[in-house]
Design a protein around this ligand. Structure first.
Ligand SMILES: [Zn+2]
Length: 277
């Protein structure tokens, strides 16, 4: 096994890799508004953190593969926060085409496995990745796994979420989870004001069903949905560890036999029902 940064290799070294056991791994998450307390790069930074730790996990737990790390893309679909200053919005097709071009390039090099590490669960973002995944599989036999949505939006997790609706589903954006995560990994980037932020909630089901697209027009003035004031270092640490174990184990299984968990039917139908820019 080896772990290499793609930008540091030359083409001969790249070509000499045993293609059957080589995987390209890349971060993909946007720069976007994250409340008054978190940086614009929260998702982007979190995806990078996850990627580097997951690679360490794979090195310990799965020694068979060569992992080539491509520099991360600061790109994502984020219509619900696009009218906050600092949000960088990309159309669904842009993201889809980016991933397709990326996959086609690695196919030309003779590699057929790629993994996206993502920390942004907007359904438009997931749909763009999913469209690209299907296209790459049919056209080039590229096997693509985007881990986060397949863990969070799996049928099992979705059922658990419905049971825990009270504490779980209301934490949506720049919330207790993301704030805790940043307190654990990058406390210097969390603004002190997080402690005084009152909880703000939004009924996401109603929001989506009513064709809602924009948090700001739906009373989300400060740009967070959830209770960032309850965040803690310990909760961030626990979440991060869980995320690494779940992501690492899913990647190992995916590489072994191509397994990708289904996205729950509820999430799928919401994803297909919405109109994307
Ligand atoms: Zn986020």
């Amino acid at each position: 096994m080896s772990i290499k940064k793609m930008e540091e290799m030359n083409w001969n070294e790249f070509d000499k890799l045993d293609k059957e056991i080589t995987v390209i791994i890349v971060g993909l998450s946007p720069i976007e508004e994250h409340g008054p307390h978190l940086p614009l790069g929260t998702d982007f930074i979190s995806a990078k953190d996850c990627l580097s730790e997951v690679v360490n996990y794979l090195e310990i737990n799965d020694s068979k593969y060569n992992y080539v790390i491509h520099p991360p893309f600061p790109v994502g679909y984020n219509e619900c926060v696009m009218n906050f200053p600092g949000t960088m919005f990309y159309r669904s097709k842009t993201i889809e085409n980016l991933i397709i071009d990326f996959g086609e390039s690695i196919a030309r090099s003779g590699i057929n496995k790629m993994i996206i590490i993502n920390h942004h669960l907007d359904l438009g973002h997931i749909k763009a990745i999913e469209n690209a995944r299907e296209y790459l599989l049919t056209k080039f036999n590229i096997k693509l796994l985007e881990a986060a949505s397949r863990i969070i939006y799996s049928e099992q997790n979705h059922q658990d979420d419905i049971k825990n609706e009270e504490d779980c589903q209301r934490e949506i954006h720049a919330d207790v989870r993301e704030t805790s995560f940043m307190l654990y990994k990058h406390p210097e980037l969390v603004r002190e004001c997080y402690k005084n932020l009152e909880p703000v909630y939004l009924d996401m089901k109603k929001f989506i069903m009513s064709g809602g697209k924009c948090f700001r027009e739906n009373g989300i003035i400060e740009g967070y949905v959830g209770s960032p004031g309850n965040a803690s270092f310990e909760y961030g640490q626990k979440q991060f560890k869980n995320m690494i174990t779940q992501t690492g184990n899913l990647i190992i299984r995916f590489l072994e036999d191509g397994y990708i968990p289904e996205i729950s039917s509820g999430i799928k139908s919401a994803m297909n029902h919405m109109k994307w820019r």
